[in-house]
Design a protein around this ligand. Structure first.
Ligand SMILES: *Cc1c(COP(=O)(O)O)cnc(C)c1O
Length: 353
């Protein structure tokens, strides 16, 4: 703390991302990255964009990428906003759409960046408890609010709200913006993007970090009514005109063009998730039903933090949140079959010891 800090900065509690240790041979199952590399066509496109043209600014509108996303999701490019990772898109959403007179609503157990943005932009919020089975009950959100936001599937639980329930929420909540953060939707959910045509207060946010294996490229986007997109553009153009660089635009466009690679790698992650869930259940773990690229698990006889430490001693890292209701859970990213086999073997050893 310094006397030169602004009052806002003095009050901030920044988000703490999962660690990125620089150790070799680590089984890294802590930050929900995709275990498969990006499409070879993405790497080729990035290489092709690496040259003399880097002396020039990129397209401030990333029009080529907006067109590729619009084509993929069958919307108009005027309905698409792009940003430097969906975290940046979400930050602009909080300032542009969720900073209202009434508090916004999000689940008590959810993406821990939401309260951080509320602190940064001075947005009031209330949390709505998940049901006892850790599901989001949309009925609990029917009360006056300045906006609603949750991930679907939720993080860190992996639980999915069916699309029909999202529509039920939209029917009962027409006077504030509903933001669905679909960071994990490609691993078993159905996107709410088609509903943006009928509900002008719906904004859907997605990322290329998880299902398209591009966490290192930093590309995220939002789809919604042009009025919502215009609000985001106003904030973006008051903050950074060029959030996406030339390499990110080229790589992201290529990612949307290689549908086969995307589908194949998502299917591989889903198959491994199901196998891993069954194996862990077989020796006593409770595994929440996941439609994401991670599972949220709990062992009735073993302390979660101790399990995480014992795994770490075997060079396997998973995520443990020291938070109310979930301190006895571990969030485990679905890796390759090989990585998950190493995890299962280690847990068996730890638990039988
Ligand atoms: C990973 C994640 C994001 C952020 O993704 P980036 O595009 O890498 O910034 C957003 N929301 C949720 C729920 C996530 O898990």
């Amino acid at each position: 703390m310094s006397r030169f800090w602004s009052d806002v900065v003095k009050g901030l509690k920044p988000y703490v991302p999962g660690e990125q240790p620089k150790l070799a041979n680590l089984v890294k199952l802590n930050t929900n990255e995709n275990p498969y590399g990006p499409s070879p066509r993405v790497l080729e496109a990035i290489r092709a964009a690496t040259g003399e043209s880097l002396k020039l600014y990129p397209d401030p509108n990333a029009e080529q990428l907006k067109l590729a996303i619009a084509k993929y999701h069958a919307v108009d490019s005027s309905n698409v906003f792009v940003g430097n990772g969906s975290d940046e898109v979400l930050a602009h959403v909080f300032l542009a759409l969720l900073k209202q007179a009434q508090p916004i609503l999000f689940p008590d157990i959810s993406y821990s960046f939401y309260p951080v943005y509320c602190g940064l932009y001075q947005v009031a919020y209330e949390t709505i408890p998940l049901a006892s089975d850790f599901s989001i009950q949309v009925g609990a959100y029917t009360r006056p609010n300045g906006g609603i936001i949750f991930p679907n599937p939720n993080a860190p639980t992996g639980c999915l709200v069916p699309l029909a329930e999202i529509e039920r929420l939209l029917q009962s909540n027409r006077d504030s913006v509903v933001v669905i953060d679909e960071a994990y939707v490609d691993f078993g959910g159905e996107s709410a993007i088609p509903l943006t045509v009928s509900y002008p207060n719906l904004l859907v946010v997605q990322t290329l970090s998880k299902s398209r294996s591009l966490a290192g490229l930093r590309v995220g986007f939002a789809v919604g009514h042009v009025d919502l997109i215009e609000a985001l553009e106003r904030v973006k153009n008051s903050f950074n005109s060029y959030p996406l660089d030339r390499l990110a635009i080229a790589g992201a466009v290529a990612a949307f063009e290689d549908r086969a690679y995307f589908e194949q790698t998502c299917q591989a992650v889903v198959a491994t998730r199901e196998k891993l869930s069954g194996e862990l259940q077989a020796f006593g773990f409770e595994v929440l039903p996941s439609q994401a690229n991670f599972i949220f698990v709990h062992h009735p006889q073993r302390d979660a933090q101790e399990l995480a430490l014992a795994l770490r001693q075997r060079s396997i890292i998973v995520r443990h949140f020291k938070l109310p209701r979930i301190e006895q859970f571990l969030r485990i990213t679905v890796g390759t079959d090989e990585q998950c086999a190493a995890l299962v073997a280690a847990l068996k050893e730890i638990i039988s010891a």
